[in-house]
Ligand binder design. Structure first.
Ligand code: MN
Length: 259
């Protein structure tokens, strides 16, 4: 049998399962809030066009609007100034081969529960590799914090001095790119950077270094508690928006039942 025949059989008999890592697009789902001098990200909106009525007797449909960066979404290299001049840097130009690949999950639940400003450090990655093996090249690295289980004001966790949520340190993201050649980095929070990352050097280092190196971001992920630390495959194709800097998307993981 071919690999894909085996895969189809495994999907059919349940030995490979599909896990949905996506939040529902909903007007109430929080979007990132920037300082007031900057332009702001729009929430998801949906208006009814018809609902089996005089506006369309046999059909129901909606018009929707949102930011490229609303809900569970993908960040392309053109999202950041560091990636503005790279080739194939927008969502419509990313090679499709890049949109399916291996994924590892770093469990940061305990430290993030103790400290909303927890920063993933290089030492945490090295300790994770001592248990699970080296992060493979071109892997998605997802930072699990269980932040997706928060809702409402607790999700952004805005204080007088801005948002407080966990993320990677500048050193950690550079290590993942330069030493491990990752495909991208994903979080359960509203951005790939920590809530206070605007004060870091450079500001928003995950965005700065990932996109400057042609790597991708995923944020507002959920259900990371259903993934194994290693061995899953991520399917994360953004919408094909011309010159788009990002896009809401459905993120799926394939996991193998090894029991
Ligand atoms: Mn984004």
């Amino acid at each position: 049998m071919s690999i894909l025949d085996d895969m189809a059989a495994a999907l059919s008999n349940g030995s490979v399962r599909v896990v949905d890592l996506t939040h529902t697009l909903d007007p109430d789902f929080p979007v990132i809030v920037l300082p007031p001098e900057f332009g702001q990200c729009a929430r998801f909106r949906m208006e009814e066009v018809s609902a089996y009525d005089h506006r369309g007797p046999a059909w129901k449909w909606h018009n929707i609007s949102m930011s490229e960066h609303t809900g569970t979404h993908f960040d392309a290299p053109s999202h950041w100034v560091s990636g503005r001049d790279l080739p194939s840097n927008s969502v419509d130009a990313i090679p499709p081969q890049d949109l399916v690949g291996p994924v590892v999950v770093l469990d940061c639940v305990a430290p993030a529960a103790k400290n909303a400003d927890f920063l993933l450090a290089v030492e945490d990655i090295v300790a994770w590799e001592a248990r699970h093996g080296r992060i493979p090249a071109k892997a998605w690295v997802l930072m699990r914090t269980d932040w997706s289980k928060k809702s409402g004001a607790a999700y952004l966790n805005l204080q007088e001095d801005g948002a407080h949520s966990p993320g990677p340190s500048s050193d950690a993201i550079q290590f993942l790119i330069n030493e491990r050649d990752i495909r991208g980095f994903g979080t359960e929070t509203v951005g790939t950077d920590a809530g206070q990352a605007g004060h870091m050097v450079p500001p928003y280092p995950a965005h700065y270094f990932l996109h400057g190196a042609g790597r991708y971001g995923l944020q507002c992920l959920s259900n990371l508690d259903q993934l194994p630390a290693t061995g899953a495959v991520l399917i994360a194709p953004p919408l094909k928006i011309k010159d788009g800097t990002g896009s809401p998307l459905r993120v799926l993981a394939l996991i193998e039942d090894v029991t």
